[in-house]
Design a protein around this ligand. Sequence first.
Ligand code: K1U
Ligand code: ZN
Length: 179
Amino acid sequence: MAIRDILTVPNPILKQVCKPVDKVDDALRALMDDMLETMYDAPGIGLAAIQIGEPVRVIVMDLQEKPEGADPDAEGVKHPRYFVNPEIVWASEELAPYEEGCLSVPEVYDEVLRPARVRIRYLDYNGQQVEEEADGLYATCIQHEMDHLNGVLFIDHLSKLKRDRAVTKVKKLVRSAAA
Ligand code: K1U
Ligand code: ZN
């Protein structure tokens, strides 16, 4: 397993539409392992393959939910999720707001409105098909990550002014980190 570099805006690779995966094999599982390690290291709760420069329809996620009654300072039990070729098969009309962030747009957070509940279909780590309903943070995060597969970032849901400000902020951040 390896921690990979996360691409940041305005890298044009992030605007690519990703290709479906043909087969869930050991090479794909190695990519998903790297993605999960990269996401935990960042840290984040989701990551799309394109964020590490791999233009395939693959997402990893761990919402880091703590069991009820757990010590708030304790580390959550790991609950990694893997999504290959995910599709939204139904979305609620009801929308829900969430203050989103993105590892490719570091230190920028803003509210995005998305369907409150979605039904998704995908292949898991072993290539088995799964269909399930997502709500709350799970619904928000899977929609955010699926946007990445189509070259869409959460800042694309904001006004042009806010988007331009976000890109300028990240460029400065990256420049000062490199200096
Ligand atoms: O870059 C990404 O796509 C990951 C992103 C996922 C996400 C967050 C919030 C709403 C929608 C999608 C992140 O993980 S940003 C970092 C973050 O939210 C977080 C980091 C550490 C602990 C808890 C949350
Ligand atoms: Zn993101």
